[in-house]
Write a protein that binds this ligand. Structure first.
Ligand SMILES: [Zn+2]
Ligand SMILES: [Zn+2]
Length: 420
């Protein structure tokens, strides 16, 4: 049997890429408008980067990391997420010394080793931003505003923004103790994973994928995070900043993000009609990660959005893609004119006109059929007569009309009539 792409991976063909490129363009345009600059980090990283940042008890590290040992014995992963890698790069290139507060965005593939299931890929794609070096609540609001702005510009109708705070590390320690206390008597009802994570990181029970754990945790702990005065104030200021710029949020839903590095503000953006369980984008503040990865004490906040998930969320409202005709096809009346045609095609391409031709010496009829199949807007027919007159016969496949156009006017005619 012919070789197939690995399960959980996808080839993106031209029609699909129209949508992907539009999303990437929107991300780049808006992120830059908000003052974020692009960063690209490698796809492979040392495993310890994620063990130290995402956390040993997280689902990512315990079950989902694409981890292997290379021939030199190095413990390597295909990156499961980008935040830790971006912070690693921020420190490695001394941006904390040369720039201080730094705003970055990224677009790229991430990897997950668990068995692929519906809508979950081994190679999936994310875009996101990281604002590193500030603890100001204004930055939380800016990151959230940018996230919502991008998702809306990509065509996500009515995004729902869930906003919460997980408090500082001291709050989390106190909250964890209270959580353990309230759930102690139910410990036996939890899944095996949760039982073993109970002492090390009881918050994992809050985002366990087993319904029974999840329900039990939230039933006994309707609001698991108790905030100190400073965290309460920070959260209030984030909410005020968002209200000031008209961004609606729901702060009644309490939720936990399944990564260890989050502190204070956390948020998720959901598609109202996609059902409650899947977030299109999620993020929050991670005020200790820079320090934990060997840098100075520096606050930071960011988000990541899944491109596959976003496309799923916006697809139904849009189905008219790929309708217009584009470009020019140069057809020859006989194969002796191929050199002339090839010369014309190259000249037109250099003048900015998308141009194709037939290289197989097929009949004129077959060439016209090909032009239609490629959904070209125009066909320029080159025959002996046209060559003598330094002209072409130009057919407009959209309007079904035909005219003779001299070679020196051809580009003008094409670019004038061609809608952009
Ligand atoms: Zn606090
Ligand atoms: Zn569980």
């Amino acid at each position: 049997m012919a070789i197939q792409a690995l399960r959980g991976t996808t080839d993106l063909l031209a029609d699909e890429l129209v949508r992907w490129n539009a999303i990437e363009q929107t991300v780049r345009g808006l992120a830059q408008r908000y003052g974020y600059r692009e960063i690209r980090t490698p796809i492979i990283e040392e495993s310890s980067l994620f063990l130290r940042s995402v956390g040993e008890t997280s689902n990512i590290v315990q079950k989902e990391m694409f981890r292997f040992t290379d021939r030199g014995g190095h413990d390597i992963v295909l990156r499961p997420e980008a935040t830790a890698a971006v912070v690693r790069a921020y420190l490695q290139h001394n941006l904390h010394k040369t720039q201080g507060f730094t705003k970055l965005f990224y677009i790229g593939p991430m990897f997950r080793a668990e068995r692929p299931q519906a809508g979950r890929f081994r190679q999936f794609h994310q875009f996101g931003v990281e604002a590193i070096g500030s603890s100001s609540p204004w930055i939380d609001a800016e990151v959230i505003a940018l996230c919502v702005d991008i998702l809306k510009a990509c065509g996500l109708a009515q995004p729902l923004l869930w906003l919460s705070s997980m408090g500082c590390r001291a709050d989390q320690t106190a909250s964890a103790r209270a959580l353990q206390e309230r759930m102690k008597s139910h410990r036996k009802e939890l899944c095996e994973d949760c039982q073993s994570r109970f002492d090390k990181n009881v918050f994992r029970v809050l985002d366990c994928k087993r319904q029974t754990c999840h329900q039990l945790a939230w039933k006994t702990n309707p609001s698991p995070f108790v905030l100190c005065k400073a965290c309460q104030e920070h959260f209030d200021r984030v909410r005020k900043a968002l209200s000031a710029i008209g961004i609606a949020f729901d702060d009644t839903k309490v939720f936990a993000r399944g990564l260890d590095y989050y502190t204070r503000t956390v948020f998720e953006v959901r598609a109202s009609w996609l059902g409650a369980q899947d977030a299109v984008a999620a993020g929050g503040r991670y005020d200790h990660l820079v320090e934990e990865l060997g840098g100075p004490a520096a606050g930071a906040v960011g988000f990541a959005a899944g491109i596959e998930r976003l496309i799923l969320a916006i697809r139904p409202s849009e189905s008219s893609a790929n309708s217009g005709r584009e470009g020019l096809y140069v057809a020859v009346a006989n194969p002796q004119l191929l050199v002339e045609a090839f010369r014309l095609v190259q000249a037109l391409r250099q003048q900015g006109v998308a141009t194709s031709m037939d290289y197989e010496g097929r009949s004129l009829k077959a060439q016209l059929r090909e032009a239609d199949k490629l959904r070209c807007h125009w066909v320029a027919i080159l025959g002996e007569q046209e060559l003598k007159n330094e002209a072409v016969t130009l057919k407009d496949l959209e309007e079904r009309s035909q005219q003779t156009v001299s070679r020196d006017r051809l580009v003008d005619v094409l670019t004038e009539k061609e809608p952009d």
